[in-house]
Write a protein that binds this ligand. Structure first.
Ligand code: ZN
Length: 493
């Protein structure tokens, strides 16, 4: 069918027709994790949202270069320009090298994303691997007169920028309000204005992660890496920049300002932001005691969880809401998602069994499979409306069951069309894969690898109660796990 993709541009606050700068190529940059803690639902939502965008753009025939960065340096506590680096702090507490912390948590991030069938982006650059590019960008901004050096640190001059270009156009914040509402933190006296942000920070003596620069031994500011890596891999102008809504200010706002000055014009055509996840109506936060990691979801090992939820259930739960809507987690909502997903997979199983249709059989009047398939396209073309796609898939399951019960009938052509619709939208685009208990299956092997990796991890931490819980849960599924010299092996019933 004729398809025009429309997406909501956060910058213009309007839905716009997607017209890439250089078709059939398109570039997408998404802000990835700061790797100092275990992946949680807040990591899953942007990863899955933009995975579906990536998959759908590819399906439409675009050659997508998808960049998702790893922040392994420069992200300071409380997202401010003061305080300890988040990764360095974790390293200090655990007596590790900062890069050990970054490696450990980025590995965990990749394992969990793969379990949820999130495709790996084209490039996954790390901030620490792009220090020269960031220094080069700072130099350009200093040369253009929009940054100043104080005591070896370099700050972006937001007031000067705002005179010519508007600072705050993405988030809708007004500079005057920011000036009067931002509290001055200790140690920020270096800045001409409290709204200025760091491009380069001189390292304090105790700061481990440091590099030479024309200004001081130090490290780049957090916002800078995305401008530098976006430019490096996608050029000075590219199509899509995505991330969570919480990054809109100050992170993306500052990215816009840096890139505008360094590249001479605005870099990004479409800004996309996924909304946040709340837990029982509350913001998720370590201090609120409602912080649940993905591992805890997959194992059920958290007081707030009444059971374990599989990676595919989490994926389906996230896709059941439109990416721009808030999504509230509760056990009831996840149980409903689990049930719904089972129903869809059961429908596919039934569909496989409906094989030979008498060529003379026609489709019951009132059923229009072509329309159903077109509805799925229309939903995706309307700003990636995955809940609408899912609603049409459920209607497909209703028809499948009705045909199986011989209450309605489908022609051979409509049957093929329905099979294609499920294969394409459920499998390729929404990325929902069945998690079977059938040994030898790729998905099962992947899941078992994940579970055994978690088990190994908790055993190393001497958390034997969790490791026993995992063993017992596997036993109840008739899966036995044996630790051998060659490693851990498992066998299913
Ligand atoms: Zn970023």
């Amino acid at each position: 069918m004729e398809s025009t993709l429309i997406l909501y541009n956060t910058l213009s606050r309007k839905k716009e027709i997607f017209q890439p700068l250089n078709p059939p190529f398109t570039g997408m940059y998404v802000c990835g994790p700061t790797v100092y803690g275990d992946p949680h639902l807040g990591h899953a939502r942007p990863a899955i949202t933009f995975d579906v965008v990536f998959r759908y753009l590819q399906h439409l025939g675009y050659r997508v270069r998808y960049i998702r960065n790893i922040t392994d340096v420069g992200h300071l506590e409380n997202d401010e320009d003061q305080g300890e680096d988040k990764i360095a702090k974790k390293a200090r507490l655990e007596q590790l090298e900062p890069m050990e912390v970054a490696q450990y948590y980025s590995d965990r991030y990749f394992i969990f994303m793969e379990a949820m069938n999130v495709k790996r982006p084209s490039v996954e650059p790390r901030a620490s691997g792009h220090i020269p590019e960031q220094i080069e960008m700072i130099r350009k901004i200093v040369d253009a007169g929009y940054a100043y050096e104080v005591n070896g640190s370099v700050y972006f001059d937001v007031l000067k920028y705002n005179e010519k270009y508007k600072y705050g156009k993405l988030s809708g914040r007004i500079l005057e309000d920011l000036l009067s509402n931002t509290r001055e933190l200790e140690g920020q006296e270096e800045k001409k204005n409290i709204v200025d942000f760091a491009l380069w920070k001189k390292a304090q003596p105790e700061h481990i992660m440091r590099w030479s620069s024309p200004w001081s031994e130090g490290f780049p500011g957090w916002h800078l890496e995305c401008s530098a890596m976006g430019t490096k891999y996608l050029g000075e102008h590219f199509d899509i920049h995505g991330g969570g809504m919480d990054l809109m200010f100050p992170h993306h706002e500052s990215e816009i300002a840096q890139s505008r000055i360094a590249n001479g014009s605005d870099s990004v055509k479409y800004w996309m932001h996924n909304n946040m996840i709340t837990i029982n109506g509350q913001k998720m936060g370590k201090s609120l005691g409602n912080f649940i990691t993905l591992e805890e979801f997959f194992t059920g090992n958290h007081p707030g969880l009444s059971q374990a939820y599989s990676p595919m259930t989490i994926r389906f739960f996230i896709l059941q809401a439109h990416y721009r809507s808030t999504l509230d987690f509760s056990n009831e909502a996840l149980q409903a998602a689990e049930k719904g997903l089972k129903k869809l997979f059961a429908g596919i199983e039934t569909l496989k069994k409906i094989t030979s249709v008498d060529p003379s059989v026609t489709t019951t009047s009132g059923i229009n499979i072509q329309q159903l398939s077109d509805n799925c396209y229309q939903a995706m073309n309307d700003d990636f409306n995955t809940p609408m796609v899912i609603a049409n898939l459920f209607e497909g399951v209703r028809i499948i069951n009705s045909v199986w019960d011989k209450k309605e009938s489908l022609s051979q052509a409509d049957l093929e069309l329905l099979k294609n619709m499920f294969g394409l939208f459920m499998g390729d685009i929404l990325g929902l894969k069945e998690e079977t208990k059938d040994g030898g299956d790729e998905v099962v092997q992947g899941l078992m690898d994940l579970i055994l990796a978690i088990r190994k991890d908790v055993r190393e931490k001497k958390d034997f109660s969790t490791s026993d819980k995992i063993r017992d849960a596997l036993q109840s599924l008739k899966i036995t796990v044996k630790d051998t010299k060659e490693g851990t092996v498992w066998s299913g019933d």
